[in-house]
Design a protein around this ligand. Structure first.
Ligand SMILES: Cc1cc2nc3c(=O)[nH]c(=O)nc-3n(C[C@H](O)[C@H](O)[C@H](O)COP(=O)(O)OP(=O)(O)OC[C@H]3O[C@@H](n4cnc5c(N)ncnc54)[C@H](O)[C@@H]3O)c2cc1C
Length: 584
């Protein structure tokens, strides 16, 4: 796994060579690998960069093609750092409490940060604080996250998400330090690190947020087992005979959805298989819990000499500060089907996936916005989409590992191809269909793709190419900044027609989608500069001016004038198994 981590960090540094934390992490990888000279060089680079206060940001990767680190790129969020700082300060104030009285615990508690890299609305953090006299916040850089995907061996975390994660950690560290704590960043498996820390600091409890998918559940089980091996000294007044059963506890807390799992009006095993039924039921029968207020002061931390890494002077876009600076509620409904630019949709997803942003916080902010300004379609629509996110997470509890199986939750039997040439053409954006190619190039270059784009490329891969949908899902797992197993595999099973709801079986016609959502060809010309010289209405239908189409479309091609081209009309016989689907 070390070589994979090394190559990912090297890739990240190619994109952002002034990132001191990436140099630092690369140094750690070299050190663990016994390459002491390389490690020293990296640590030196990290320290020099830190001193010289670099200002390059993650957002510089959301760039125009051919200018990966160009300064002309759009950043998300696109705000000067002082303005971002002001927003963050005000937001933190709104969601903080100075109620020291709630702290009546003793000893040390550990907070194990996972996909909840935030201070605001973080119940694990607040519970650890309330139950202790000192809190030790820990993040484990788990080498398995830099391994390979399950079936097809792609990198499990692509360079851009690795970079985003580093930024989130730096921001979290800074926010914790502002409240009198710090973040201990350790490299290794949580099941080894946490018991060892619990032993050293005699921590009575490890608090963390609960996950739902098998790999994460397995780590939870291993951590719990590891903690059982640790025997704590007797607490004051406790008899020594009882103390042999005195182990640190693992306390897991639900905190990743808007609706709390315990507030659902049905058990997860009876979760409706139709999204609308789920939504109507939770909207009418449940209330969303209010955000957990964070104490203004969380310290002190236990005494630690080396906290793992430094972030002084860095200005990052990953992290809670950036997440809190987005304000797009007013226009969302009208623009959410867009594909180009930073502001057609909220772009909350990377921060939701890393946990820098709490969905309950978005809900409360939407309600505040509606009260102070106005309720409109857009404000409701953001919540509507977030309920989809909740739904996929609850589905992962109901359907467990079948989400990752070829036949999906319904165990659908179908013939799929694993043709490497076709898959690579899709992956690399060389299919001959500008709309597909532009979207796939955007994904590789930025780690992001619009929801519309995701639906279109998914439909093309599984229905026009007949490729095993898991290859697409695993490639998304590698690349997406917002990768989340529940949303990713949930959406892919829907796209492939193997999801829990049999009605979610759609075919996206590329010509139709191009005409509706990119009529001027602006999006494809942005990502495929070779199309810029063509008339606008030809950019999505370039004919011989572009590379050959790798497969015919299942329902034939359509020219820019809307006619079916005769060659593709003859070629509609689809090579793989014909799968029916509703045409979009
Ligand atoms: C094949 C495929 C794979 C996907 N993989 C992921 C993934 O790994 N992680 C991920 O967060 N989303 C995934 N999505 C859902 C969706 O595309 C993204 O959440 C959305 O594009 C993120 O952009 P945004 O934050 O601007 O969304 P907005 O349109 O502004 O929506 C607001 C929020 O609602 C949630 N949301 C919106 N649509 C969906 C949806 N269909 N499913 C679940 N949540 C949704 C997201 O948290 C999003 O941030 C996938 C969709 C498809 C079709």
């Amino acid at each position: 796994m070390l070589p994979v981590a090394r190559s990912l960090l090297s890739d990240a540094l190619k994109l952002q060579p002034t990132n001191s934390m990436a140099w630092y992490f690369l140094g750690v990888v070299h050190k663990n690998d016994g390459r002491i000279a390389d490690a020293t060089d990296c640590f030196q680079a990290a320290s020099i960069l830190e001193e010289s206060n670099p200002i390059e940001r993650f957002g510089s990767m959301l760039s125009k093609p051919g200018s990966a680190a160009s300064a002309t790129t759009s950043e998300v969020p696109d705000l000067p750092s002082n303005e971002m700082g002001k927003i963050v300060e005000q937001t933190f104030q709104r969601y903080s409490s100075s109620d020291e009285a709630k702290r009546n615990g003793s000893g040390v508690a550990i907070v194990w940060f996972r996909n909840d890299l935030r201070v605001l609305d973080n119940e694990a953090l607040v519970k650890a604080w309330a139950s202790s006299q000192a809190v030790l916040p820990v993040y484990c850089v788990d080498p398995r996250l830099f391994g390979t995907t399950h079936y097809f061996g792609f990198p499990k975390t692509g360079a851009l998400r690795a970079q985003f994660l580093i930024e989130c950690l730096a921001d979290l560290k800074r926010n914790l330090m502002n409240r009198g704590l710090n973040l201990l960043i350790q490299h290794g498996k949580p099941e080894e690190i946490l018991p060892s820390l619990a032993k050293t600091f005699e921590a009575h409890t490890v608090y963390a947020h609960k996950e739902t998918c098998s790999e994460e559940l397995n780590v939870e089980r291993l951590v719990r087992n590891g903690l059982r091996q640790v025997v704590l000294p007797p607490s004051p007044g406790q008899s020594t005979s009882l103390s042999s059963s005195n182990h640190p506890k693992l306390q897991l807390i639900w905190g990743s959805t808007m609706y709390h799992i315990e507030d659902l009006p049905f058990s997860t095993s009876s979760l409706p298989d139709v999204y609308t039924q789920f939504r109507k039921s939770v909207e009418s029968k449940c209330t969303i819990r209010i955000c957990i207020r964070t104490p203004t002061l969380l310290g002190p931390p236990p005494n630690i000499e080396d906290w793992g890494s430094v972030s002084r002077g860095m200005r990052f876009i990953g992290g809670e500060a950036a997440a809190l600076s987005r304000d797009l509620l007013k226009v969302y409904k009208a623009t959410r089907n867009g594909m180009l630019g930073a502001d057609y949709s909220t772009k909350f997803s990377p921060w939701l996936a890393s946990g820098s942003l709490s969905p309950r916080f978005i809900y409360q902010e939407v309600k505040r916005y509606e009260k102070e300004r106005q309720a409109n379609d857009s404000t409701y629509w953001v919540l509507f989409e977030l309920i989809w996110r909740d739904y996929f997470r609850f589905l992962s509890v109901k359907y467990r590992n079948s989400l990752f199986h070829l036949g999906g939750p319904r165990k659908v039997e179908a013939r799929w191809s694993q043709d490497q040439t076709m898959f690579e053409a899709w992956r690399d954006g060389c299919t001959g269909y500008p709309l597909i190619d532009a979207n796939m190039k955007e994904l590789s270059a930025t780690g992001f793709m619009s929801n519309r784009g995701r639906q279109i490329v998914c439909s093309f891969l599984v229905r026009d190419m007949g490729i095993d949908w898991r290859m697409g899902a695993e490639w998304f797992e590698t690349c997406l900044l917002d990768y989340d197993p529940c949303s990713n595999y949930g959406n892919w099973t829907y796209g492939a027609g193997v999801g829990n709801d049999p009605r979610e079986d759609r075919y996206f016609s590329i010509p139709k989608q191009a005409k509706t959502y990119d009529p001027e060809g602006e999006y494809v010309a942005f990502w495929l500069p070779e199309l810029q010289a063509l008339p606008n209405d030809k950019r999505n239908f370039p004919g011989k001016s572009y590379i050959n189409q790798i497969v015919p479309l299942k329902f034939g091609n359509i020219t820019s004038s809307g006619d079916k081209d005769s060659a593709s009309a003859r070629r509609t016989a689809f090579r793989g198994k014909q799968r029916k689907g509703h045409m979009r």
